[in-house]
Design a protein around this ligand. Structure first.
Ligand code: 4NP
Length: 162
């Protein structure tokens, strides 16, 4: 079993999109029972709310329904639970690192590293137009592909149920 947590600022645009896309790609790869996926934010403004309408539309147009997701913030238990804690941008990464316990064994880093873009951010689309959400989706698709490949590799030798 592996556990992946996506982190953005508000948990209503980028990280819920990443959660929806990764879940779909894991299901395509037959790995959905072996990988738990979740998302959260750094800021508290939208806690309890569903994804931004523009994120819902961008995902829906590509066959991914993220309508049931609800925003929450990163908390101390996340550092014990997740194997991968993946930030959408450098500010998110800095906030995660500031809260990270010294003995936390998780891989903490930028999500786009899995798209071969090691120092790039998924740009915050919140104050922009719809085209920003299309770009977010594209970047997330590319990184999800790389992440599924890595998870597949890591899970290869693990039994399906333990
Ligand atoms: P997200 O986008 O971090 O991708 O969910 C944002 C959502 C809300 C805000 C900023 C970014 N905000 O300032 O409320």
């Amino acid at each position: 079993m592996m556990r992946v947590l996506f982190v953005c600022l508000g948990n209503i645009c980028r990280s819920p999109t990443a959660e929806g896309v990764l879940r779909a790609r894991l299901a395509d790869a037959g790995l959905d029972a072996q990988v738990e996926v979740d998302s959260c934010g750094i800021g508290h403004w939208h806690v309890g709310k569903g994804p931004d309408r523009r994120a819902l539309e961008a995902a829906g147009q590509r066959g991914i329904d993220i309508g049931a997701l609800r925003a929450r913030v990163l908390d101390a238990a996340d550092f014990r639970r997740f194997d991968y804690i993946l930030a959408m941008d450098h500010d998110n990464l800095e906030a995660i690192e500031a809260q990270r316990p010294v003995d936390c064994p998780a891989h903490v880093g930028l999500f786009l590293a899995f798209a071969g873009r090691p120092d790039e951010a998924v740009p915050d689309p919140y104050f922009g137009g719809g085209e920003g959400f299309a770009r977010v989706f594209e970047l997330i698709e590319a990184a999800s592909e790389g992440l599924v490949a890595e998870l597949q590799e890591k899970l290869r030798d693990e039994p399906a149920v333990r």
